[in-house]
Design a protein around this ligand. Structure first.
Ligand SMILES: Cc1cc2nc3c(=O)[nH]c(=O)nc-3n(C[C@H](O)[C@H](O)[C@H](O)COP(=O)(O)OP(=O)(O)OC[C@H]3O[C@@H](n4cnc5c(N)ncnc54)[C@H](O)[C@@H]3O)c2cc1C
Length: 465
């Protein structure tokens, strides 16, 4: 019997456990123990149901294009719970000099694919619009080194594009700044487009032309979520697992290799395994691996993480009617606010709020979140409400307000990240039976975490199944 330890009961560890559980049920000679330090499974997947609203503390959805979460939901028998974003009402605003400006139609991330909407948009100055036209003539470019997203975007469209679009769009995903993120790790498709075409605009248009006829019809929704919230995914996976294989409320302190086996020290006990899957943020993985390989722990610890705070605010019918249409707004750092983004959740997804309620999800990340960490929840709510008043004129008292703090939960794929992953892979291979899963490596979103957990399980299940 091959024994596998899984460290971490977030969605990455749960996906790994699910994969092993399916193999066990299929007759494979494998058993597993999943260790989770808190009393709840799911990690940052946490949903509260308040006043008829579905309030997401962590992730609120995932990109539909990446199939791994939806596949898992269908395998679990909860495919009927998947809901798509209301893309017909999609509209996102950017705060520019204190006013909300709608993002023009046809922008693919920051690449304009429709001339008229971008040409007439007040989001960009004439200088940036000129840069967009010039960009179409950029020749293919072989770049032999990694660079930051900010440098890459600035090279194509100028600094205003970094400030108004690239930075706000990415800070909602990574919590950090475009200047600290690797273009090769975060925007690999754009880096490839540059290599092949030079101009991102031309590459996008060429990709469109290659799309099969008829594929312009009913496009799948951009984002997908679950009717009862993202935590219901964790609950569905957990209910499929063998209850006796789950150990919660126990911190894994260290992993060591002894006489060809892995020794897991957790709480007051230790146990032996043939293999281990570390499904933790890289920083926490470094901590538990420090005795097994100082070199590997050093590389893992060098992957930066940022903290984030989400604030859920519920309002009544009048506020819902007064709010602008669309999914919400993003705030460039140059606007000098602490709020990085706010989502009008009642518009973005069905089933999130009753007809007579408005639900806002506000996001603060990176250095801003760190600076506010010591404040009370009331203090954080007061700041968010003050900024909502400045941006939306929203003065009403919320019906409810919740603050959720996530310390060092969002990975920053810094410049050189892919090279670091190669070094990590080499060091990992020196430790037989070790697999790594989670958001620190090849994708921060829930779909990539699910994929990484299942791949790690397949990797260590080996001959057992
Ligand atoms: C506020 C926020 C919003 C986000 N929004 C989105 C979104 O909309 N869409 C999207 O796709 N992604 C989003 N993400 C990213 C995504 O949710 C996460 O990257 C992903 O859920 C991480 O899952 P994980 O299992 O790898 O890690 P975690 O969820 O961090 O789980 C790790 C688990 O390990 C446990 N643990 C830690 N140390 C130990 C130890 N020593 N021993 C035992 N257990 C331990 C922790 O308690 C935790 O439960 C968001 C993230 C945050 C924080």
């Amino acid at each position: 019997m091959r024994r596998v330890a899984i460290v971490g009961g977030g969605i990455s560890g749960l996906a790994a456990a699910y994969e092993l559980e399916e193999r066990r049920r299929g007759g494979a000679q494998v058993e597993y123990v999943l260790y989770e330090s808190s009393t709840n499974l799911g990690g940052v997947l946490r949903t509260e149901h308040i006043d008829g609203c579905v309030v997401e503390a962590g992730p609120d959805s995932f990109v539909t294009e990446k199939p791994w979460v939806a596949d898992l939901c269908r395998a679990l028998g909860i495919g009927d719970q998947l809901i798509g974003s209301n893309d017909a009402d999609r509209k996102t605003y950017i705060l520019v000099r204190g006013r909300l400006v709608v993002m023009p139609d046809g922008l693919m991330f920051m690449v304009p694919t429709k001339i008229l909407p971008t040409g007439f948009s007040p989001l960009f100055s004439w200088k940036t619009k000129l840069r967009m036209t010039q960009e179409l003539f950029h020749p293919p470019r072989a770049v032999d080194h990694d660079e930051s997203v900010a440098e890459f975007v600035e090279r194509h469209y100028g600094a205003e594009m970094v400030d108004r679009l690239a930075d706000p769009l990415l800070s909602g995903v990574y919590g950090g700044e475009a200047a600290n993120l690797s273009v090769r790790a975060v925007l690999p498709r754009f880096a490839e487009m540059e290599r092949n075409y030079g101009s991102l605009g031309r590459a996008m248009l060429a990709a469109r032309k290659k799309m099969p006829a008829g594929s312009g019809g009913a496009a799948p929704p951009l984002f997908t979520s679950l009717k009862n919230g993202m935590q219901s995914l964790a609950a569905a996976v957990a209910s499929r697992l063998t209850a006796s294989s789950i150990v919660t409320g126990v911190i894994v302190q260290a992993l060591q290799r002894e006489a060809g086996a892995w020794v897991v020290s957790a709480g007051m006990q230790s146990d032996q395994f043939d293999a281990v899957i570390i499904a933790l943020p890289a920083l926490a993985a470094a901590q538990v691996l420090r005795l097994a390989s100082a070199a590997l722990a050093g590389e893992l610890a060098a992957i930066q993480y940022t903290s984030s705070i989400t604030v859920g605010l519920g309002y009544d019918r009048e506020v819902r009617q007064a709010l602008p249409p669309g999914f919400g707004f993003l705030v460039p750092r140059s606007e000098g606010k602490r709020l990085l983004a706010a989502t009008f959740v009642h518009n973005k997804f069905p089933h999130r709020a009753p007809e007579d309620r408005a639900l806002l999800r506000c996001f603060l990340g990176g250095a801003i979140a760190e600076n506010l960490w010591g404040l009370s929840n009331d203090g954080i709510i007061a700041i968010v409400r003050e900024e909502l008043q400045q941006v939306l004129g929203l003065q009403a008292e919320p019906l409810f307000a919740r603050v959720y703090k996530w310390k060092s939960a969002m990975a920053q794929f810094g410049v050189g990240h892919l090279e670091r992953l190669e070094r990590i892979e080499r060091l990992r291979r020196q430790l037989p039976g070790l697999a790594l899963a989670g958001n620190g490596y090849r994708g921060i979103g829930v779909p990539d975490c699910v994929r990484s957990g299942r791949e790690a399980a397949r990797d260590v299940a080996g001959a057992a199944g």
